[in-house]
Design a protein around this ligand. Structure first.
Ligand code: ADP
Ligand code: LRH
Length: 487
């Protein structure tokens, strides 16, 4: 079929990938051309991303893309919040910190002493996470690095800068920083001033779909792509791209973008900025077409991947299929946790922290891996249930179906438990919703699809989606929820 090829660079917390997406009037398919691990590095200065390794992975992937297709444009998305700083000559100052680095924990109160949390919410509509960019900058205040910094670039914008030389900040990702005024659609100078920071650090905003630039000679040479190849600003916050590609065909849907994090919520036309919304820590992040991604962060499959890492560190293999089969056989509701308890955020021995959390809440977490994985998946299902109910209540909306996308949509047990816990049908897939969203925004910038509805219909028509019907047992879920304060 007639189609145009786009390259999507999608950096997740666990892996980066480059895919080629081919889009035609009735077809949409993805070919993954390169995948590389994203392994953070602990330095004496804290936990960092290996940003040069990630850029190299992107370049290598783009070279593969150039080999198999004529690439009409490139889009880059990644996790939110984190950034690199450039000095006056445009050189990167140090390695970007990882949002799981604990250095921000102690500055939150200091920030709130300068600008109240309620005011921050009123301006930005953003959920409080200790690692939001605003707290990372507050933690860096007075460091030589920040003093030397002239420009802050969020991760996808930093890679886009290295590819094209152009400077800017795409808005969906800017909306996750805690520095973006959601009411005016501009950077918030009052917040920067309250923190004693120079608003000039923040680059000009660009809209989703804008052109970033074309390839610099060295990027063209390394990738084998023509120097005329444009980089398009996609919804550069990975979650925004994922939501854009949810295969919803009607209204009244909720989504869970489920990978390292579970981002669970609704797409709205306007933000919800009530005190109740702030108390429940719901965020109003920016989606495409000025929609609001009204959602909460849930700790997600980090709990599982970090458990696997602990088990493997002890020298025993901990492969997913085996663990998930064991979990399917394990006793239901033996123990559950609140997955968003702060002690689960940092890297470290996850099974030990889960056991300690259970002990503190008067439960015993059985010592076998099947039970631990069961505990994680049931707890995530409980958090999905709690979050979607709250979102519906706070936004005054009814949910009829839940779309679960991302790597977690391959986890059959988690999808079924989420259907059971929410009492709603779960439509699982596509796994690579983020890359699809990235590709579709480029397709739209090239006039191949018209609007959000078209994009989603194309995904629904072309991508594999599985349906999970809720089974009986709501009372057991309600009882488990009340055990950990997730009623
Ligand atoms: P991120 O973008 O945050 O890196 P992904 O959306 O790629 O995350 O999802 C990664 C998660 O998906 C893994 O932590 C893993 O739990 C889950 N996953 C990946 N492949 C499978 C699989 N075959 N079966 C079950 N779960 C899977
Ligand atoms: C998911 C994600 C999420 C952010 C977190 C930092 O990858 O972008 O939306 O809150 O990473």
């Amino acid at each position: 079929a007639f189609s145009t090829a786009f390259a999507a660079v999608d950096l997740g917390a666990t892996s980066g990938r480059v895919v080629v997406g081919r889009v035609g009037p009735n077809n949409l398919d993805l070919t993954e051309v390169h995948r590389f691990p994203n392994t953070p590095v602990q330095l004496p200065t804290g936990l960092h991303w290996d940003i040069l390794g990630l850029y190299q992975g992107a370049l290598d992937g783009l070279r593969e893309a150039a080999r198999i297709a004529q690439i009409a444009s490139i889009g880059i998305d990644s996790w939110a919040v984190d950034y690199g700083l450039l000095d006056a000559s445009g050189e990167l100052l140090g390695n970007p910190h990882h949002y799981r680095d604990p250095r921000t924990r102690t500055v939150v109160e200091q920030v709130w002493a300068r600008i109240q949390a309620a005011d921050l919410y009123r301006i930005t509509g953003l959920q409080h996470l200790d690692f939001n960019t605003v707290y990372q900058l507050a933690a860096a205040a007075d460091t030589p690095q920040l003093q030397a910094a002239r420009t802050l670039l969020l991760i996808p914008d930093l890679l886009g800068h290295w590819l094209t030389g152009s400077i800017g900040a795409e808005v969906t990702n800017a909306s996750t920083t805690g520095l973006y005024d959601a009411r005016t659609g501009t950077w918030s100078k009052p917040i920067m001033h309250a923190l004693g920071l120079d608003p000039g650090l923040l680059p000009p905003l660009r809209r989703t779909g804008d052109r970033v630039g074309t390839l610099l000679p060295q990027a063209a040479a390394h990738t084998g792509l023509p120097a005329t190849t444009p980089v398009t600003a996609v919804a550069s916050h990975d979650t925004a791209s994922a939501v854009a590609a949810v295969p919803a065909t009607g209204g009244n849907f909720a989504y869970i973008s489920c990978g390292t994090w579970s981002l669970a919520g609704l797409e709205l036309d306007a933000p919800v900025l009530t005190d109740a919304s702030r108390a429940a820590n719901f965020t109003n992040e920016l989606g495409i077409d000025n929609t609001v991604r009204y959602l909460r962060n849930i700790m997600g499959l980090w709990l599982l991947s970090e458990s696997q890492r602990a088990w493997e560190a002890k020298g025993t293999p901990a492969q997913l299929p085996v663990l998930l089969a064991q979990a399917a056989q394990a006793k239901p509701f033996a123990a559950v946790v609140d997955p968003d308890a702060p002690e689960f955020l940092a890297p470290g021995d996850m099974p030990a922290r889960l056991a300690a959390h259970c002990a503190r809440t008067g439960q015993t977490l059985p010592d076998d891996r099947g039970a631990v994985v069961r505990c994680i998946l049931e707890s995530l299902a409980l958090a999905h249930r709690h979050t979607l109910r709250k979102a519906a209540e706070l936004a005054g909306r009814e949910i009829k179906v839940v779309h679960l996308v991302g790597g977690g949509s391959r986890n059959d047990l988690l999808c079924q438990l989420t259907a059971d816990a929410t009492g709603l049908p779960v439509l699982a897939g596509p796994t690579e919703a983020t890359a699809l969203g990235n590709v579709l925004i480029q397709a739209r910038a090239n006039g191949l699809v018209r609007d959000r509805g078209d994009m989603r219909r194309l995904v629904a028509r072309t991508q594999h989606v599985r349906r999970y019907t809720p089974r009986a047992g709501q009372r057991a879920w309600a009882a488990a929820a009340s055990r950990v304060g997730l009623s």
